[in-house]
Design a protein around this ligand. Structure first.
Ligand code: C5P
Length: 232
């Protein structure tokens, strides 16, 4: 029987946010942002365990109260210089716990508003898939290509273009080997490493609420989304 695990890369410094704290620890609805991310994953009973990849010198994680899901999460202090290195190091660290065909769902620490139905849709669509895939949304805005001065060079067709979200869900061994074979500086998501090996990840409809907190005003939006999700 294949099992489902999650891995949350949370070793970034959040430079674009310009805050003193890494963005996964910024306050959101009275808790660290990472708390909400882990809560959404732990609420899915099919996910056996949630591994959290932290920077080696992380001082913040141990200061928080993880009691509500302490038996479901496991911190791994093995983050790397790029997201893909953090994911790869985390996968290596748990190699004795997973079978080759078990599923690993990699989810950004900074996506705290993952709706339960989007997560379940991903798992249900892919549980019998040979390769795996990711949550994604069709591009709705018109796309412009610009030069260094910010002047439009041309308008790009948006047909067939999707925005990748997370979780991205792949078989444990396949993902480990794909990341081992790929330049981590080029991999901004797990799917690109799998694609590099000639595989075709499946796109599963994501959700606009599953936003990636990147800039300061994203926190306000995330707070509103969490508030409305909790009322339902
Ligand atoms: O920096 P970015 O917003 O792309 O980060 C996406 C996710 O990857 C975040 O959860 C961040 O903590 C994580 N990350 C990491 N190790 C790095 C860089 C980013 O775990 N070296």
């Amino acid at each position: 029987m294949q099992k489902f695990f999650a891995l949350v890369p949370a070793a970034g410094s959040g430079a674009r946010m310009g805050a003193a704290l890494p963005k996964q620890y910024l306050a959101l609805a009275g808790r660290p942002l990472l708390y909400h991310t882990l809560k959404q994953l732990c609420a899915c009973a099919e996910i056996e365990r949630v591994f959290v990849v932290l920077a080696a010198g992380d001082r913040f994680f141990a200061q928080q109260d993880w009691q509500p899901f302490a038996d479901r999460i496991e911190p791994l202090y093995c983050g790397g210089a790029a997201r893909a290195v953090s994911v790869f190091n985390g996968l290596l660290a748990v190699r004795d716990l997973l079978a080759a065909d078990d599923w690993m769902l990699v989810h950004d620490a900074v996506r705290p508003c993952l709706p339960a139905d989007a997560l379940q849709r991903l798992i249900d669509t892919l549980r019998n898939d040979a390769v795996g895939g990711l949550l994604a949304l069709p591009v709705v805005d018109t796309l412009k290509r610009a030069d260094a001065a910010g002047l439009v060079m041309q308008t790009e067709p948006r047909e067939s273009l999707w925005q990748a979200q997370t979780p991205q869900m792949f078989r444990y061994r396949a993902l480990l080997e794909a990341l081992r074979a790929f330049d981590p500086a080029l991999a901004t998501d797990e799917a690109s490493a799998i694609e590099h090996l000639g595989q075709r990840p499946r796109l599963v409809n994501g959700d606009t609420r599953n936003l990636k907190v990147t800039y300061p005003h994203d926190l306000e939006l995330a707070a509103l989304i969490l508030n409305s999700m909790e009322k339902k």
